[in-house]
Design a protein around this ligand. Structure first.
Ligand SMILES: [Zn+2]
Length: 255
């Protein structure tokens, strides 16, 4: 471990050949295939886990462990802060860190304009990066200290429920509004024909015309296609379609 290395490197001790051969890159040294294999896979000379055992979980000491980066984000209206936590964790401790930071991001991440855009990325990075790497690890063994409590899954925690429920409601609200919009459209301007009688339910000059029977007392106006409206007539608003879309239909006062 303390051999002087010509090229100092964090992994330098691992690059030394298993039989004391010169370091990687030196004449006679091991070739590129002498890199330590990932833990649990046969090493270059058939040794499991390469030549040097990988460090265990930095919390509990269990094997196997993997280096992961977990982030949390905090929006504070105008300023924001992203905390990056790097460590070598076993599956249990790593998931505990991931769940804690991701959950807190779901609560504190949204409070700022930029944060609204940063937070989904931070959560996505945690899920696709750290979480995926940790879930690929087998169950840890050989812990020398108590591991962290991974607790409940992020989606089963209160923050996720609190944050995701409004999103779910918004997602549901969009189709609901579309249906309401379609229904409201049915309630829109009626199609009239020349000779129809109408009653205005709004206050002039607003027009909210209801088609009624010309014989009934409710009939206030008759739709005409005169070239110009009389002094007591109203011009039919364009939103009311009369057969073909041409302007100039009058509402002739019935009394
Ligand atoms: Zn651990």
């Amino acid at each position: 471990m303390t051999h002087p290395q010509p090229y100092p490197h964090p992994n330098a001790p691992q690059q030394q050949g298993p039989y004391g051969s010169p370091p990687y890159g030196q004449p006679g040294g091991p070739g590129p295939y002498a890199q330590p294999a990932p833990y649990g896979q046969p090493g270059p000379y058939g040794h499991p886990g390469g030549t040097v055992p990988r460090p265990g979980c930095e919390v509990c000491g269990a094997q196997p462990a993997t280096p992961v980066t977990v982030r949390s984000h905090q929006g504070m209206v105008v300023i924001m802060r992203t905390v990056t936590r790097r460590g070598v964790y076993c599956r249990t401790c790593g998931l505990a860190v991931y769940r804690q930071l991701t959950s807190s991001t779901l609560v504190t991440g949204w409070w700022g304009l930029l944060s609204l855009f940063v937070t989904p990325f931070v959560v996505l990075l945690n899920v696709l990066g750290a979480r995926a790497a940790l879930l690929r690890l087998p169950e840890p063994h050989g812990a020398v200290r108590p591991p962290l409590d991974p607790g409940r899954r992020v989606l089963h925690r209160a923050p996720a429920m609190l944050i995701l429920t409004p999103f779910a409601l918004v997602a549901l609200a969009i189709p609901t509004l579309m249906v309401v919009g379609l229904l409201a459209k049915d309630d829109g301007p009626v199609t009239l024909s020349v000779g129809d009688c109408v009653r205005n339910e709004a206050k002039w000059p607003e027009q909210q015309l209801e088609k009624v029977d010309c014989g009934s007392a409710q009939a206030e106006y008759r739709v005409t296609d005169r070239p110009s409206c009389g002094p007591t007539d109203y011009l039919l608003q364009a939103e009311y379609t009369v057969g073909s879309p041409r302007p100039g239909f009058c509402l002739n006062a019935r009394r």
